[in-house]
Design a protein around this ligand. Structure first.
Ligand code: AMP
Ligand code: MG
Length: 317
């Protein structure tokens, strides 16, 4: 098969019900025709993703949203106008066209328009909305390069290589409520950003549906990983540890250091976080991956959410 970046071929594979990994601005996605339940089933199989964890559908034109949701709320268009293309996913009531396998049986579906030219071209050329979770094995470190995809999913039908992703962490997911919006997953688009368009709904959630897939362990390296919380003694052999360093203050004694940001920029931490975790995971001289924490405000919320889940199975005590 043509291993080059052949858009026509990739689009044809999507139409034929095959899987194509492609870059978005957040992380690499493992894509299938969202309207073909058999193709979507292959995503769950290849990723070893549990069937209770719903997928997000990617569109390239605002018109496409009408086919996928029954929602006609004006606020959807206000949000789209402000944040699309971009890393904001809207959870909306699904239309009949959306197969149940995508939503894990939920009456709602997650939809977004990615801000990446290759992703948009794949959707337009194939003429299909594309369901895509991250292109990695379930629960493991998210992929931000084509090499990360090859490492975890060597059997994928095709990979479009668009270089390193520019945001580096998954989209912010929100749902609309009577009052405004609720956040289901934090990302680079923050609560404060969205509040410029809609009020934040801080009322207690009354419905029984909790977002599935909000598992405690996720994004996880196959090696020990811990967040270096300041109030807990870091009881490890640093000569075998690699540090994701943010401020540069804690670098003493580590075998290797990856400076995730040159100038204390949280966006850079997000961009480089998964890549640094992959680098240490692949490094034979490193047994433990340590990450410097950041304050949980703004983008820091999304970063700490990923780091806490990545360390979950390895946490001390
Ligand atoms: P990803 O694995 O990045 O593709 O994101 C999928 C995640 O989006 C899931 O794990 C859910 O947490 C969330 N999600 C997708 N669809 C829905 C939905 N209909 N309702 C609530 N959360 C959803
Ligand atoms: Mg994922």
């Amino acid at each position: 098969m043509d291993r080059q970046n052949n858009m026509e071929l990739a689009a044809q594979l999507i139409q034929e019900g095959k899987l194509v990994a492609f870059p978005t601005e957040t992380v690499y996605g493992l894509g299938a025709n969202a309207l073909d339940p058999m193709a979507v089933a292959k995503i769950f199989l290849l990723k070893e993703r549990p069937s209770f964890d719903p997928l997000i559908i990617h569109i390239a034109d605002l018109e496409d949203i009408k086919k996928l949701t029954t929602e006609e709320d004006e606020r959807v268009y206000q949000l789209a106008e402000r944040f699309w293309p971009g890393s904001l996913t809207l959870v909306l009531p699904k239309s009949k066209l959306v197969p149940d396998i995508i939503t894990s049986g939920l009456p709602t579906v997650g939809i977004r328009m990615p801000a990446n030219e290759i992703a948009l071209e794949l959707i337009r050329t194939s003429g299909r909305p594309i369901a895509a979770p991250s292109a990695n094995k379930f629960g493991r470190i998210s992929p931000t390069t084509a090499a990360h995809v090859r490492k975890q999913l060597p059997d994928v039908d095709y990979i479009l290589d668009g270089g390193k992703t520019t945001v580096g962490i998954e989209s912010t997911i929100i749902e609309l409520t009577e009052k405004g919006f609720r956040i289901l997953r934090n990302g680079i688009i923050t609560k404060e950003d969205i509040e410029e368009v809609l009020p934040f709904d801080d009322s207690e959630k009354t419905e029984s549906i909790v977002a599935p897939g909000m598992v405690k362990s996720h994004y996880s390296p196959v090696k020990k990983m811990i967040v270096a919380d300041e109030d807990i003694p870091l009881d490890i052999d640093k000569s075998k540890a690699g540090l994701l360093s943010f401020t540069g203050k804690y670098e003493n004694g580590y075998r290797k250091i990856i400076r995730v940001s040159e100038n204390n920029d949280l966006k850079e931490y997000a961009v480089n976080m998964f890549d640094a975790m992959h680098t240490f995971e692949d490094d034979n001289e490193i047994d433990i991956i340590v990450a410097e924490p950041v304050a949980e405000t703004g983008i820091g919320k999304a970063i700490m959410d990923r780091l806490r889940k990545a360390e979950y199975n390895w946490r001390r005590g």
